[in-house]
Design a protein around this ligand. Structure first.
Ligand SMILES: [Zn+2]
Length: 288
């Protein structure tokens, strides 16, 4: 993602932040300071809510990075290089250099992110309970509990079996293992993703007309539809190319001057590097 600010490097992976992350930070920070924390722990001065909200928001962004690192570290262990992690308006994205070699590797890489979110979620909830039990300030307990809840929500939402969400990648891997055909598995998983995306758009529209909120939900649904469509187009292209080209040998020399011309290499379509996109379901964590 362009125009991102480099935060640091973890496990050899540069971590960046795109300016659009301000949307998440703003929405969550204001909801926490204005509604969630005052409802959960009443009686504090406004400044206390703002400071706690700012810290919890930073911790949330850290949780998203941890989720992406979960995908990335498992990808590296499966010989898939990761060129970077970027936080943006709809969550995080880990840029994988190529597709995993086996369905098993694909499923492990996909499941690792939500596994990290579940671990942080359970840890946050447990810390919140411990804080309450030990008589710590209610505001601290409320912040920790909320952080736990949002991470569990993040895990559940991302495991919806709709490409490009993590659950969609697990589905894609399962179909790939069953059929032995990665591209057709992608096409099937992407169809589910498009349907789920449109349902989320419809839900957002319903929310918009009933409560005035929902624009964010519609944006997330639209993003899922668009990503699923792009993956489907790429997979269909691969299927066609495979069907047209003989299994071995020179297939399409290409115009003179093209790289690979004369060397017998098969023409390959330009394709974007695979990415793991993660989306935060903001409306799922609605305040009140
Ligand atoms: Zn993920």
């Amino acid at each position: 993602m362009r125009n991102s600010l480099r935060l640091g490097v973890v496990s050899g992976i540069p971590i960046g932040i795109h300016w659009s992350i301000a949307l998440i930070a703003g929405i969550f920070g204001l909801a926490l300071a204005g509604t969630i924390l005052p409802a959960a722990a009443p009686g504090y001065v406004a400044a206390a809510y703002f400071v706690t909200a700012a810290m919890v928001t930073v911790a949330l962004l850290g949780s998203i990075v941890a989720h992406e690192l979960g995908h990335s570290v498992v990808a590296q262990r499966n010989d898939v290089e990761v060129s970077g992690i970027t936080l943006f308006a709809l969550g995080g994205v880990a840029q994988l250099e190529r597709e995993p070699d086996t369905p098993g590797a694909a499923a492990r890489i996909a499941a690792a992110g939500p596994a990290v979110s579940v671990a942080i979620g359970v840890g946050g909830m447990a810390a919140g309970i411990a804080a309450t039990a030990s008589g710590a300030p209610a505001l601290l307990a409320a912040g920790l509990t909320w952080l736990g809840l949002i991470n569990l929500t993040l895990a559940v939402f991302n495991m919806v079996p709709a490409l490009p969400l993590d659950g969609g990648r697990v589905l894609q891997a399962a179909l790939w293992r069953r059929s032995g055909d990665r591209d057709r598995a992608t096409i099937s998983a992407a169809s589910v993703g498009r349907i789920a995306g449109w349902l989320i758009v419809a839900f957002g529209a319903w929310q918009f007309f009933t409560t005035g909120a929902g624009l964010w939900t519609m944006l997330i649904g639209w993003f899922i539809v668009g990503s699923a469509k792009a993956e489907s187009i790429r997979a269909r292209f691969n299927v066609r190319r495979r069907e047209w080209a003989p299994p071995q040998g020179p297939a399409w020399p290409g115009p003179s001057g093209w790289p690979g011309n004369g060397s017998g290499s098969t023409w390959a379509p330009p394709s974007a590097p695979p990415q793991r996109d993660d989306v935060i379901d903001v409306e799922g964590q609605r305040v009140g």
